[in-house]
Design a protein around this ligand. Structure first.
Ligand SMILES: Nc1ncnc2c1ncn2[C@@H]1O[C@H](COP(=O)(O)OP(=O)(O)OP(=O)(O)O)[C@@H](O)[C@H]1O
Ligand SMILES: [Mg+2]
Length: 228
């Protein structure tokens, strides 16, 4: 089943000097896909991910999530949609330093309305266990390694059971071993939970984790490669 569909998506930055970061991109993402967006620096990867994740508004074109045209969502609805239905991880781990690992993970549950009556501390613990951090609940970010901080960020991104997990170069600040651990974890989440993942990478080595690679060049998809 299609979970995201984009049609002729364009994003131009600037008012005087224009940068055409996306020049008309169309594709469809199926539920359970692990997609990697690859391309050189400046090719438009982050721009594309930001449009897909509703973190930015395209200059033109359409984005459908589960057949709903996101153009029809008000800014407020979009915010709620992002919070409750989408998950994000970035290059910077962006976990809050004044909160413990556990508090960082249950924060999104406290502010969202779809947490039901479930004890959100329990749910957050479940997520931290899933990413192998059951021994780090009460640690602050300065007491965690880079790889551990990124795993907290992943647990936080997953706590709302997002329809899609977006990752923009999640391993860029990590050493080789931690990067491998993170990618193995993402692959596992994809295989075992059927988590749909769209990740940006410029590391050709990462290709083996994906089902499909979208190659971007100068704001256009130049190759749509099915890996398996
Ligand atoms: N906010 C912005 N204002 C103006 N131009 C921008 C803005 N963000 C990105 N750009 C430009 O759009 C183009 C695409 O940028 P983007 O960040 O999407 O590239 P990228 O493929 O993610 O690169 P990298 O691998 O270096 O992260 C670049 O030419 C960039 O300079
Ligand atoms: Mg980028």
């Amino acid at each position: 089943m299609s979970i995201i569909k984009i049609e002729n998506l364009k994003r131009t930055y600037g008012t005087k000097v224009l940068t055409h970061a996306l020049k008309g991109v169309s594709f469809e993402v199926s539920e359970g896909d692990f997609i990697i967006i690859m391309g050189k620096s400046g090719s438009g990867k982050s721009t594309l991910l930001h449009q897909l994740g509703l973190l930015d508004t395209p200059t033109s074109g359409e984005i459908f999530i589960k057949n709903e045209n996101t153009k029809d969502l008000s800014e407020k609805k979009k915010t709620i949609f992002r919070l409750e239905k989408l998950g994000y991880i970035f290059q910077e781990y962006a976990i809050l330093p004044e909160l413990t690992a556990l508090e960082n993970v249950y924060l999104p549950l406290m502010v969202s309305s779809n947490n039901g009556n479930k004890d959100f501390k329990e749910k957050a613990k479940e997520m931290l266990k899933l990413v192998g951090l059951e021994h780090r609940f009460d640690h602050y970010s300065n007491e965690l390694s880079g790889g551990e901080q990124q795993r907290v960020a992943i647990a936080r991104a997953l706590v709302n059971n997002p329809q899609v997990l977006f990752a923009d170069e999640p391993c860029a600040n990590l050493d080789t071993q931690s990067s491998k651990n993170i990618l193995d974890l993402l692959k596992d989440l994809n295989k075992k939970l059927g988590q749909t993942i769209i990740m940006v990478s410029h590391e050709p080595e990462d290709k083996k984790y994906a089902d499909r690679i979208l190659w971007l060049e100068d704001g256009l998809i130049v190759k749509d490669e099915k890996v398996r």
